[in-house]
Design a protein. Structure first.
Length: 202
């Protein structure tokens, strides 16, 4: 399912959440070829986001940490298709305040810490860099969410951008990416209850 126009540069993104594990397990659905050796289709030098050469063999990026660096990554990969996932802001806030935030703010015992480096990275990125340690300030958090979405819409040319709600199903995604609609049902995963059970909050 190769599409030269896409050059394998797909960066689904949104503010937190998202079925990352599902995308990892089903990446073949969106596989439209192989990344170029020089940086996946026109990438230029360093992207300025601290990810370095690791992004050269990447055909898509979903969720954190890539979501926080969309300006740098979209500039580095000028042919990339970008998917802005959107939700009702209040519903999004209720979700992140019961999933991502308590997960990062909860201090596990040393015997429970499987990947302390990853925890430090995500805490620094999400809690400090994006939300300025104001995750308990509902109005501030919602303002960050809304300003981020507006900035994407303002700065990314329309031909590269799909504004997408997960409930929209396969067709707009597949049409945008130039791939066939899969036969399997559109997934409904990673809801608040599943996430809280997965990370041990419940």
């Amino acid at each position: 399912m190769e599409s030269p126009a896409l050059k394998n540069e797909v960066m689904p993104r949104g503010m937190a959440g998202g079925p990352r594990r599902w995308f990892q397990e089903h990446a073949d659905i969106f596989a439209v070829g192989q990344p170029d050796r020089d940086g996946a289709g026109g990438g230029r030098g360093g992207c300025g986001c601290g990810l370095g050469h690791q992004i050269r063999s990447t055909i898509m990026a979903v969720d954190w940490p890539a979501a926080a660096f969309w300006p740098e990554l979209s500039a580095h990969f000028p042919k990339a298709k970008i998917i802005l996932t959107t939700r009702d802001p209040e519903a999004w806030y209720q979700s992140i305040s019961r999933t991502i935030f308590p997960t990062l703010l909860n201090e596990p015992g040393s015997e429970e810490e499987e990947n302390p480096t990853h925890r430090r990275m995500t805490y620094s990125l999400i809690i400090e860099r994006v939300f300025k340690q104001k995750v308990n300030d509902r109005d501030f958090v919602l303002d960050v969410y809304q300003r981020n979405s507006l900035a994407v819409i303002r700065d990314i040319e329309p031909a590269r951008l799909l504004q997408y709600q997960p409930g929209d199903g396969w067709k707009p995604l597949c049409d945008f990416l130039g791939v066939a609609v899969p036969e399997e049902p559109y997934p409904h995963v990673n809801n608040t209850a599943e996430f809280r059970k997965w990370v041990g909050l419940d």
